[in-house]
Design a protein around this ligand. Structure first.
Ligand code: DHB
Ligand code: MG
Length: 220
């Protein structure tokens, strides 16, 4: 019941604040048609990512976890013409779906899709000398502490790192769990607590995705 209300409010807010967007709707439709899980960011979160990118005038964005490309398209649209977004997807078939969606959204020129395990791809980005203004981490939660560590290397001082799904219905309090997603999320907080390279907070969210949250950090 409460969850339905959270979702209804999300829909109501989106109807007011988010313009209808046939391209983004087609992206979500392609995700479902291709059997991808419905774990894309919500429209309001997509708009939030674009808003942050605009606010910090991001020119270079890193995303870990592409899925169908929905969040990447939101962020790519917030880039200037010569901006770029590097997004990493582990599953080649999922990457094919994303690639088609980037073409659909006409953002191909600004998106650099890397197919592979993020922990393999991230070191190559360091070798290539990337410095990102913003990173969005939304992949397997088990590796989130490592992804945050790489983000500290790859994001410039003053840049922002946003990590999805850091509340998980409150299950982050569950010390005894062996669920790798929760263990990974708890490790992320433990790592951030010790990590002097970030100033950070986390915000709990409710909406179409239920009860979850975002960790938002500034690279010092
Ligand atoms: C899951 C992953 C996500 O990135 C998300 O936003 C929601 C759920 C999951 O793996 O269950
Ligand atoms: Mg997510």
């Amino acid at each position: 019941m409460t969850g339905e209300r959270f979702a209804a409010v999300d829909h109501w807010i989106a109807r007011h604040l988010i313009p209808d967007d046939p391209v983004l709707e087609a992206v979500l439709k392609s995700a479902r048609t291709n059997g991808l899980p419905a774990i894309d960011v919500s429209p309001l979160l997509g708009a939030f990512l674009a808003l942050v990118a605009h606010l910090i005038k991001a020119r270079r964005i890193l995303e870990i976890g592409t899925l169908a490309g929905y969040s990447a398209i939101w962020m790519a649209r917030a880039l200037p013409q010569d901006g770029h977004l590097v997004t990493i997807e582990v599953n080649p078939r999922t990457a094919d779906v994303a690639r088609a969606n980037f073409a659909r959204a006409d953002v191909v020129k600004r998106i650099d899709l890397r197919v592979g395990a993020a922990l393999d791809v991230l070191p190559t980005l360091v070798d290539e000398g990337h410095a990102f203004d913003m990173a969005f981490i939304d992949a397997d939660k088990a590796n989130n502490a490592s992804y945050a560590d790489w983000a500290a290397t790859l994001v410039r001082p003053g840049g922002v790192v946003i990590i999805d799904n850091v509340v998980r219905d409150g299950r982050i309090l569950d010390e005894a769990t062996d669920d790798p997603d929760i263990v990974g999320t708890r490790s992320l907080y433990a790592a951030m607590r010790m990590d002097g390279r970030f100033e950070s907070t986390a915000l709990q969210t409710v909406g179409v995705k239920g009860w979850d949250g975002l960790l938002i950090a500034r690279r010092r």
